[in-house]
Design a protein around this ligand. Sequence first.
Ligand SMILES: Nc1ncnc2c1ncn2[C@@H]1O[C@H](COP(=O)(O)OP(=O)(O)O)[C@@H](O)[C@H]1O
Ligand SMILES: O=P(O)(O)O[C@H]1O[C@H](CO)[C@@H](O[C@H]2O[C@H](CO)[C@@H](O)[C@H](O)[C@H]2O)[C@H](O)[C@H]1O
Length: 519
Amino acid sequence: MRSDSDPLAERFWFSAEGRRLAGTLFPPFLLGRRWFSGKARGLEEVWVADAFLLGPREAGLRLLLLQVRFAAGETALFSLPIRLAGNLPPTGLVEGDRIGPLSASSPQCLWEATGDPLFGGALLDLLAEEKELLGPQGILRGRRGPLLDELDASGELPKDSRLLGREQSNSSLLFGNHLFFKLYRKIEGGPNPDAEIHERLSGVLRFPHVPRYGGRLDYEPQNGPPILLGLLTEAVPHRSDAWTLALAAATEWMQQAGEHRPEEPSSRPSWELLGRRTAEFHLAMAGPPDDPAFRPEPLRGEEIPLFFEGALGLLRRSFGMPDGPPEVPLGVEEERLAKLFPRIEARFRAILRLPANLLKIRIHGDYHLGQVLATEDDFVLIDFEGEPERSLAERRHKTLALRDVAGMVRSFHYAALAPIFLQGDTGEERSRRLAVADDWRRRETRRFLEGYFAAAGGAPFLPTAPAERGTLLDFFVLEKAVYEVGYERNNRPAWMQIPLRGIEELLEGSRQSEENGQS
Ligand SMILES: Nc1ncnc2c1ncn2[C@@H]1O[C@H](COP(=O)(O)OP(=O)(O)O)[C@@H](O)[C@H]1O
Ligand SMILES: O=P(O)(O)O[C@H]1O[C@H](CO)[C@@H](O[C@H]2O[C@H](CO)[C@@H](O)[C@H](O)[C@H]2O)[C@H](O)[C@H]1O
């Protein structure tokens, strides 16, 4: 086959035929992916920035780096493993993995290959052997960490891979029972907090409530800093993630309330323990000052207005209103957002009154119930990537620990509302269920906060006065809900109602401060 018509040839994707194929097949495919963050941005163009042949040529596997351009001109890079095969899904893949045929008459088809065991095998081989692959525009490099060394030494290196749930911002593979690999979808150059924090917590700090570090896959473009493409960690045996646990508890509470006076379901492990583990995580992050990337820093007075400006910028981006609320909103949804905009801005101003007598530390950055695994009697924290809608540099900034606490507070709100919003309840039934859900949310949030403040008590990253603590936590809870509106618009538009309702509730009164001002 001529190299300009063979999708496995080194330079195919840079030929006129390759560019045409990328422009035709990838945009509709990307728009249908849960992990494609950019659905509300107007996808203009897609092309291949680099391509690597994985495993033997006959396997037909390639790892593509796709450059995407949006309507406003900004670009983003995404990873996409592909496999060239026939018209039926290859082993491990499903119909939904079909990207499309090479041409209307071709018997050959491109498939999204993340779930393909051959892809998993090639990936683990890259890491375990610390291989270096050359592509037309850069290098793909695998590296192994202590856990991989140990498994290799004891002859326990797993061979088989299994794709985990597809309802994620990234994609994850499980290797045997021991190793967990996360393939990042939206990728960016520079140090990545997920790898950085896993390495530090499980290495120098020996923090027991995170998975151990196992290795990494990096892309080194000819021009620009290395980009983390994937991270290998310990696979933690767990009952479920805390999101599933919370959803089940909230649903049970609502069902019982329909029949008789609800009995308190007992969550195992308890949300109070989750609060404690969260505090211990923050105390570890505020720990030894050996590494400048992690050394705590005092918050300076002039930084307080920056929190306000940052939140305002986020509000503009999340609501898709770069110049503030439009005078004549275009539709019902825009009108709702435009009305909320000035009220949110006014609430954000409360932070300007706070004194700056705290320490800033590195935090989780995108802390919610889905970022915690529940074992039989404890919790393990995962996914230190930070909020995927923010730049990598921003996600590595030291900031106030209450931002994480606020993330979890929002998550209890999501868990309470998701069963109602996603089932489309209406009328009286809906109002009744909302009231019961609110009951559950308030009680469990309080438990989480009690656990947190009891363990983190007088830590120098927390305000000592309960009123200041309440104001700061309220600020971050509202900021997180604003972030979520943007995240849902771009990723899961049907879920946007949840943070919007959260914002409306927060703006309604002082209720939140009462809950948040734990002493
Ligand atoms: N170390 C691990 N061991 C076992 N399962 C894990 C591990 N880390 C994550 N998972 C599973 O993968 C899911 C998604 O992981 P996460 O890191 O949150 O990915 P994403 O960045 O896509 O949100 C988790 O909810 C959990 O079910
Ligand atoms: O898990 P990620 O790092 O990809 O985080 C992103 O996706 C989350 C959803 O998967 C999103 O979290 C929001 O939805 C959760 C329920 O699915 C809820 O528990 C969280 O409170 C809510 O923020 C997260 O915001 C986003 O960054």
